[in-house]
Design a protein around this ligand. Structure first.
Ligand SMILES: *Cc1c(COP(=O)(O)O)cnc(C)c1O
Length: 383
């Protein structure tokens, strides 16, 4: 039997988001084992509230699975994570860089900044005692990290790192989700070159995100930094997704209407029924991260949901709080029954495709109005 850790979220929500912490842990172990086969260690990226799934239960489950190095984007996310995982065995890195005035917070909570330019390196070093930090060198993203000219300068003046406990030298892949993209090999080679020119880091060189773990051993280096794959999103679109689905979302039917042509459904009269149609309404809308692009109109075809194995298409616009579905094919459904909005039939990736976006955006956009149930994980009973 699976047992649930405490429910969170509004207690009377007619919607339920289930987060499977055993699947999450399995996904991390799969990435860890893949990395280990190439001689690399695995960390976990838990930024943006654990990709929208809740940083505390996510981090506890990953820690129980053996993860000891975590990354957040923001300093405050890392401070929150430190309260969840206070042990000295757990390393918490912050990807977004060292901002003026924040050094003491890093020190007080034993957090590891990612130093993204020479000024940040000098600032960290000036604190006196050698404190741990990662150095991020840009190899193509032009987003964060030392630009190539600063990396060259650091290579020429390695003493700039003298007062720093260098944990990782890292970079970030631009197109890891496309295994055929030539830039992957270019970045791998550029990274190998700069790693060889910089002082050695105690945790080694770290390049790959989730998708990067599937490019080949040449991209693994000493450590990897996966995020989205842990949460079930496919690393690329080649072949079946090796990751287990982690989230499912169901919604109770609030009302059912039997309508016939001529009749439109929802805002903008964007959908016209062709004949006798059963319309079910659920309390999931774009304010809950069920994107407006999933309805009739804005982008491509509308999404589908499921009742059991039967497909129930979204019809009409997705509104802020509500979505309407055609349940004509399932005459037995009644008010109060559950519709699978995300689940085995409608994966996060499939929903993302339907909305013209990526699984990352679906996950991190999941709203706060769902009842959340965490199943499995370290606080759950063994199955
Ligand atoms: C978000 C992020 C990751 C994790 O990437 P995924 O694609 O989610 O696996 C790794 N490194 C950096 C710098 C990131 O910003």
């Amino acid at each position: 039997m699976m047992s649930a850790t405490p429910l969170t979220g509004p207690p009377h929500a007619p919607t339920e988001l289930i987060v499977d912490l055993d699947a999450l842990a399995d996904n991390w172990r799969l990435l860890r084992d893949r990395a280990a086969a190439g001689g690399a260690a695995a960390s976990a990226v838990v930024k943006a509230d654990g990709y929208g799934l809740g940083i505390a239960p996510v981090a506890r489950a990953l820690h129980a699975a053996g993860c000891r190095t975590f990354f957040t984007a923001h300093l405050d996310e890392a401070v929150a994570l430190r309260a969840v995982l206070p042990g000295t065995e757990t390393e918490i890195g912050v990807l977004n860089g060292l901002l003026p005035g924040d050094a003491e917070v890093y020190r007080a909570h034993r957090l590891v900044p990612t130093l993204n330019d020479l000024g940040q390196i000098d600032h960290w070093r000036a604190l006196g005692a050698p404190l741990p930090a990662a150095v991020h060198c840009d190899t193509g993203m032009a987003r964060l990290g030392l630009p190539p000219a600063e990396t060259d300068r650091l290579a020429a003046e390695p003493e700039r790192l003298d007062g720093v406990h260098l944990r990782y030298v890292m970079s970030h892949l631009v197109t890891a989700d496309d295994p055929d993209a030539a830039i992957n090999a270019h970045q791998r080679d550029a990274f190998a070159d700069l790693v060889a020119r910089l002082p050695a880091a105690s945790g080694g060189a770290m390049l790959a995100n989730s998708s990067g773990c599937f490019l080949g051993n040449g991209w693994l280096f000493d450590a990897v930094r996966p995020g989205v794959g842990i949460y079930g999103v496919a690393p690329n679109d080649r072949g079946p997704n090796p990751m287990r689905p982690v989230v499912s979302l169901s919604a109770k039917i609030l009302q059912i209407r039997d309508v016939d042509a001529p009749q439109t459904v929802g805002y903008g009269a964007a959908y016209s029924v062709a004949g006798p149609t059963r319309v079910a309404t659920v309390a999931v809308g774009y304010a809950d991260g069920y994107l407006r692009a999933l309805g009739t109109g804005p982008i491509g075809e509308a999404a589908v949901a499921h009742v059991g194995d039967k497909e129930v298409p979204v019809i009409g616009r997705v509104s802020m709080d509500l979505t309407t579905l055609d349940v004509t094919a399932v005459p037995e459904v009644a008010v109060g029954d559950r519709i699978e909005m995300i689940g085995p039939h409608n994966t996060v990736d499939r929903l993302a495709d339907a909305a013209g976006t990526i699984g990352y955006e679906i996950l991190t956009g999941l709203g706060t109005r769902y009842r959340r149930r965490y199943i499995g994980g370290p606080d759950g009973e063994a199955r």
